[in-house]
Design a protein around this ligand. Structure first.
Ligand SMILES: *Cc1c(COP(=O)(O)O)cnc(C)c1O
Length: 417
């Protein structure tokens, strides 16, 4: 029997899994650094900043990697603010997005001194004014435009269409810029758009950028000087070889340069998935093989609570057995142990035959994997390991049972409000 070893960022995954119980995530620091460098190279010559969308993978060690390479953060909650600051990302490089920022979150972000609020509603704009006035600080804000473009992506990750909850229309935004007197503590000097995620075509990006560039020119003519235009994230990656054809980052950069040639301010990019997705794998072991009428289930020890994308978005992830044995190819439905039929990583996948205990790798799981995980079915949060040129470091250990139930208590202290 030949056992071929699978190396990821110089680390032997079989050897690693022999030390650490599965399931766990492994991320390649080198792969993340390569993506950062590729994007930075593309932006060479532009006044542009990268603010990594923290929600894609919010592990503090991953954020620290971003910080060390000059990457800022795009956050959507106070939790992400605290993580980013703790990881060493300066507040002056943090932009705050999201439709539901609470007053407490706005207070915290203003006190921390974040760079910019991407404001999504008139109500939020006035709340920002109120809080900034009370704290005696100036809030810098951008209006999130909903450019009404179809990003051609899964409906659950499309955010730039009129019917989506995100952003406001150009007409609404135009009114905001005439409210200067009512907003003495808010500098509304930016535009923002984020039209969706896992976008594989340049056209929707071009349309959204063009929409902002046109509006920026209109505003400039009316005497409103914009400091920033934030083009959001959304760059897609390859989940399925030969099926997904991502945009070359150079082409994306070329469109940015072309559309914003006459824009005198700073461009902001908020990539999440593109920086980390392909840098991560989820390692799991087969628990058993279950034969049923017409299909065979390969039951693995990872589940939808660890990696929700297949259940939530019908997402495809490659599933690669790492047993290294020369086995005939068979068809499996690869499923987890959770009590939901959607707890399925792959249907009818042709792969080398497996048996209980075999190691498998679910690829391209670095984005929206661990960050979307839960303890559903009382399964503790999965560990994460960072790999870097032959070495590895645990960056989140497995949650213990006690930690999982730490906040719970029996209903004994009954009170009346
Ligand atoms: C989620 C999100 C991003 C990142 O999207 P990706 O597709 O992961 O690049 C960027 N900006 C905003 C406002 C987001 O909500």
């Amino acid at each position: 029997m030949t056992v071929s070893h699978h190396f990821f960022d110089g680390v032997d995954l079989q050897a690693l899994a022999a030390q650490m119980p599965t399931p766990f995530y492994a991320y390649s620091a080198s792969a993340i650094r390569q993506r950062i460098a590729a994007l930075q190279d593309t932006l060479e010559g532009l006044d542009a900043r990268i603010c990594y969308a923290v929600k894609a993978n919010s592990n503090t060690a991953v954020l620290q990697l971003m910080a060390r390479h000059g990457v800022g953060a795009d956050i959507v909650s106070a939790g992400e603010l605290r993580r980013s600051l703790r990881a060493g990302i300066e507040a002056s490089r943090i932009v705050f997005s999201g439709v539901g920022k609470t007053e407490a979150e706005i207070v915290e972000a203003l006190q921390a001194g974040v760079w910019k609020f991407n404001v999504e509603s008139r109500d939020e704009l006035f709340l920002l004014q109120q809080v900034a006035g009370r704290l005696g600080v100036t809030a810098h804000a951008a209006v999130r435009i909903n450019p009404d473009v179809d990003a051609g992506t899964h409906e659950k990750i499309s955010t730039g269409k009129q019917e989506n909850k995100f952003g406001v229309s150009i007409e609404e935004a135009r009114e905001w810029f005439s409210l200067r007197e009512a907003l003495p503590d808010v500098r509304l000097n930016g535009l923002h758009a984020h039209i969706g995620s896992q976008i594989l075509s340049l056209e929707p990006f071009r349309r959204a950028m063009q929409c902002m560039a046109d509006f920026a020119r209109e505003l400039a003519a009316a005497g409103h000087r914009l400091r920033t235009i934030d083009v959001g994230g959304g760059l897609g990656v390859t989940y399925r070889t030969g099926h997904d054809r991502p945009i070359a980052v150079e082409s994306y950069g070329a469109v940015l340069k072309e559309v914003f040639t006459d824009f005198p301010g700073t461009l902001i990019l908020e990539p999440g998935r593109w920086l980390v997705a392909e840098a991560g794998v989820l390692l799991t072991r087969a628990i058993r093989v279950k034969a049923a009428a017409n299909r065979t289930f390969l039951v693995v020890d990872a589940a939808m609570n660890d990696l929700l994308r297949p259940a939530m978005y019908e997402a495809w992830h490659e599933i690669v057995p790492l047993h290294g044995k020369q086995m005939r190819e068979v068809r499996y439905d690869v499923v987890g142990p959770v009590c939901e039929s959607s707890d399925t990583f792959g249907v009818d996948r042709l792969m080398p035959e497996c048996e209980a205990g075999d190691l498998l790798m679910i690829t391209n799981a670095g984005a929206y994997g661990a960050s979307m995980s839960s303890t559903y079915n009382s399964r503790p949060l999965t560990p994460e390991v960072l790999l870097d040129r032959g070495r590895h470091a645990v960056i989140r250990r497995r949650q213990t049972f006690e930690e999982m139930i730490a906040g719970e208590c029996m209903a004994e202290a009954w009170e009346t409000a």
